[in-house]
Design a protein around this ligand. Structure first.
Ligand SMILES: C[S@@+](CC[C@H](N)C(=O)[O-])C[C@H]1O[C@@H](n2cnc3c(N)ncnc32)[C@H](O)[C@@H]1O
Length: 266
């Protein structure tokens, strides 16, 4: 079982408004609404859904769509699909009587570097503060592409950094690092190369000042504009990749040492 964080812990209960701020106003709601023009049956997946607060907010707005969430492993406040009832009432999304009547989203426990879903099955895939923890970010992106329906969209929060970081994290994307000929090959440039091969994947970097410090966040917006297989051809560097949690044995420096440092060679 994962770290036993209590229900309502900020790190596992970010809401829809916080998600949309990373992209644009009402982006998830608008995407779902526009997919109804193409398909009658809409399927949505959240990668690293924590307590499932966003899933339950979407359930409130869209009572009948198919909703799925993935977490790596269970903990006290998230033991699976039935835990979503407590999430829904704790955050006052549903009343105790309403919660008995809704169709609960489905929770899966797995490493999201492999998505155990058929090809072309989701209209929308989204994720916030979770991909940073995934070891094989290359496989995750390839899987998201595979699992999206043609024309489907993914809004992925990929990595974040602050100004003050130790030298081992002093990269634009400290948890997604690519080298070519032993020199850093910027993730931005890599994604542009993929885009130029015909795959509609857009890299974005948002920079903001908070308490006098610069914080930056990298997101990707994917639109499945063709049905070719996405093969990123990144070679995983096992020697240089590791869970940053090992640098924080006393578990008191989560502001810095969190997530999984994934290193690749081109
Ligand atoms: C910091 S929490 C964020 C939860 C939620 N998205 C939020 O913003 O409140 C990270 C989440 O990612 C999930 N996670 C971490 N590594 C994962 C992996 N390899 N595959 C799937 N989920 C993972 C955890 O189970 C956890 O729910």
């Amino acid at each position: 079982m994962g770290r036993d964080l209590k229900r309502g812990h900020f790190s596992r209960t970010r809401d829809l408004a916080v998600f949309n701020k990373k992209f644009s106003p009402n982006i998830l709601e608008k995407t779902i609404a526009s997919r109804f023009k193409v398909h009658q049956k809409i399927s949505v997946l959240e990668i690293g859904c924590g307590e499932g607060r966003v899933l339950m907010q979407l359930r409130k707005i869209f009572p009948d769509i198919e909703l799925h969430g993935i977490n790596k492993k269970p903990w006290g406040a998230m033991r699976g699909t039935s835990s979503l009832k407590a999430t829904g009432t704790y955050h006052r999304i549903f009343t105790p009587s309403e919660i008995k009547t809704i169709k609960l989203p489905i929770i899966h426990f797995a490493n999201a570097n492999r998505l155990d879903f058929k090809d072309n099955c989701f209209d929308l895939i989204y994720s916030q503060v979770a991909i940073q923890y995934v070891d094989r970010k290359d496989q995750l992106l390839e899987e998201v592409w595979r699992a999206l329906k043609p024309g489907g969209k993914a809004f992925l929060d990929i990595d974040a950094r602050t100004e003050d970081v130790p030298d081992c994290l002093d990269f634009v994307s400290p948890r997604f690092i690519i080298y070519k000929d032993n020199k850093i090959y910027p993730l931005r440039r890599f994604i542009k190369d993929v885009y130029n091969r015909g795959f509609d994947i857009i890299y974005k970097r948002l920079i903001k000042k908070e308490s006098g410090k610069t914080k930056s966040r990298i997101t990707m917006i994917i639109t499945k504009n063709n049905n070719r297989k996405l093969d990123l051809s990144l070679k995983f560097d096992e020697l240089s990749s590791f869970d940053l949690g090992v640098l924080n044995p006393e578990k008191n420096k989560w502001s810095v040492y969190w997530g999984y440092r994934s290193v690749y060679r081109l």
